[in-house]
Design a protein around this ligand. Structure first.
Ligand SMILES: Cc1cc2nc3c(=O)[nH]c(=O)nc-3n(C[C@H](O)[C@H](O)[C@H](O)COP(=O)(O)O)c2cc1C
Length: 426
């Protein structure tokens, strides 16, 4: 039974018709019916039947309210390809890259850089760039649009790592509203694609202020919000077509509670789509953020790497069809079902690394790099898995990717359970 929150995002009539038109368990020997159903779903999707995003994202191409976050070391082609498999049939979200440095993109050989690899079948890719100078940005966005096939460009104004700060991009741009707006303008000058910005709670806000504001709404919080709203309005006036807010200050990094109130207030204050981000772990969290903040879509980072079927869980509550190839199944939901599914994801990830990183003469990657990427994935995702540290330890001992794959398969020979929540400690 749909909750009232779900209903506010999905008209009951639509969901009823959708269910009638798309039986959840087609019986055997029904291929003709199946293809009729598929085309009914396809036309329902293209007519906007399932549309669950309020303000346009990617100029209206996005119809599903959950998306993967850009994450260094994680939002690569291998993981994207796996997460995408859990999207309801016909659902469209933007797909991120890891953040890409606009000083390097102009000279890089795209097919040799792991962060830039893409699969030709990928659509709605929105690479994220770090940058603050017109020439590198010009070259980067032109290449991304013309050679690489981007559908949008996202500008990182939230990264708090030292390297980004020392170059004055990432969250540093939040220290200079006028210049940040100019970075949006200079990007738009060189691309016809929609440009979005991912930002944090204002870096001019002392970290104590946001902490305090989470508790009781102090004057400092108002000052911090004033800054954020002025900053964001400047970006929109400069042409940003959507904004993503991760409402933690730079000083907080990823610790402490994300202040969702700031997402709500930002959504009220600007005319473009606002994507909310921070602390989402469950489908309930997704609906709570949509409901409490009125944001247009929810971006999920860490939890979606661990439990990518969250997309399916959300889709099925919204009345969307099952993902391709999973017709009639229910999304994994018990701890044991989720544990089993996670085992499949890890093995698949290793296989996808090999698929997308074929041995090339001059490539920078090696078995060692892919092994490191596997370990990094587990560092992020294993906290949701019971005895996840044991899995990490076994993979840490592996001397090759093949050995790691064997260790993962052996580990998942037994039953394992997965929690819906963990401390977001990383
Ligand atoms: C390993 C890791 C790498 C990240 N790299 C980026 C990045 O390249 N660009 C960016 O805008 N945010 C980056 N982030 C921040 C996430 O996009 C997201 O804002 C943050 O993790 C909060 O969302 P979550 O609570 O759903 O994880 C990164 C986060 C993690 C965990």
């Amino acid at each position: 039974m749909a909750s009232p929150i779900v209903q506010s995002f999905h008209q009951p009539v639509v969901s009823q018709v959708a269910r009638q038109g798309y039986p959840s368990a087609p019986s055997a020997g029904e291929s003709a019916t199946k293809s009729a159903v598929s085309s009914a779903v396809a036309s329902a999707v293209s007519s906007g039947f399932f549309q669950s995003v309020k303000r346009p994202i990617l100029r209206g191409a996005v119809n599903f309210p959950v998306m993967l976050a850009p994450m260094v070391g994680l939002s690569h082609v291998a993981l994207r390809s796996i997460v995408r498999e859990y999207m309801p049939r016909g659902a469209v979200s933007p797909w991120p890259t890891e953040m890409l440095n606009s000083r390097r993109l102009p000279i890089e050989k795209f097919e040799l850089v792991p962060e830039v690899l893409r699969d030709p079948s990928e659509t709605h890719l929105v690479p994220q760039i770090l940058g603050n100078e017109e020439e590198p940005i010009r070259h980067s966005v032109r290449r991304l649009e013309q050679e690489w096939g981007a559908s949008g460009i996202d500008i990182n104004m939230g990264c708090p790592v030292k390297k980004a700060l020392s170059h004055n991009y990432g969250v540093s741009l939040m220290g200079d509203s006028d210049y940040a707006a100019e970075v949006v303008r200079m990007t738009i000058r060189h691309t016809s694609l929609p440009v979005s910005v991912k930002l944090r709670a204002g870096s001019k806000t002392p970290s104590r202020a946001t902490e305090a504001s989470v508790k009781d709404g102090t004057r400092d919080e108002v000052a911090g919000l004033d800054f954020l709203l002025r900053f964001a309005t400047g970006l929109v006036d400069a042409g940003a077509e959507s904004l993503t807010l991760h409402p933690r200050t730079a000083e907080q990094k990823r610790r402490g509670l994300a202040d969702w109130d700031q997402i709500r207030i930002l959504r009220e204050s600007v005319s473009v789509a606002v994507v909310g981000n921070g602390d989402i772990q469950t489908a309930d969290d997704v609906f709570r953020m949509l409901d409490e903040t009125n944001c247009d879509a929810v971006m999920i980072g860490r939890a979606l790497t661990a439990r990518p079927w969250l997309l399916w869980q959300v889709g099925s509550r919204l009345g969307w069809p099952d993902p391709v190839g999973r017709d009639g199944e229910a999304p994994p939901s018990t701890p044991e079902e989720e544990g089993k599914e996670f085992g499949r994801v890890v093995v698949k990830l290793i296989d996808r690394f090999q698929q997308f990183h074929p041995p090339l003469e001059k490539a920078h990657w090696s078995d060692e790099l892919l092994l490191r990427k596997t370990r990094f994935f587990l560092k992020n995702a294993a906290p949701w898995l019971q005895f996840g540290h044991e899995l990490e330890a076994r993979v840490a001992k592996a001397k090759s990717l093949l050995e790691a794959r064997g260790a993962v398969e052996k580990f998942f020979e037994g039953a394992h359970s997965m929690s819906q929540r963990t401390d977001l400690r990383y």
